[in-house]
Design a protein around this ligand. Sequence first.
Ligand code: FES
Ligand code: FES
Length: 126
Amino acid sequence: MAYSEEVIDHYENPRNVGKMDDSDSHVGTGMVGAPACGDVMRLQIKVSDDGIIEDAKFKTYGCGSAIASSSLVTEWVKGMTLEQAAGLKNTQIADQLALPPVKIHCSVLAEDAIKAAIDDYKKKQS
Ligand code: FES
Ligand code: FES
């Protein structure tokens, strides 16, 4: 199977790999797994007091498409409001990366991870 150039670029030069301090109340952490293959993704966001995502980091134990999907999402969400980020769809990720059908679930993982990070952040505020 051929990976698109953009997948290879994100895979070889992943953006925003890392970890944030989860005890920080401005940080939301999403940790999700893909039942289909067992890959695991951690995606974290740092949210400003006015609800803007200032920073995002990820760590993905998984395939090239999952790494590329999470790398892309961390780039996209920076500067977004929580509502905008929550509206991101895996199909946008899959389209951008030109993922083949068997790799669509890798982009679902990234959508689930950003949603989980937003939920975690919101939970922390209440
Ligand atoms: Fe091999 Fe996801 S199936 S890393
Ligand atoms: Fe399972 Fe990519 S996340 S193969």
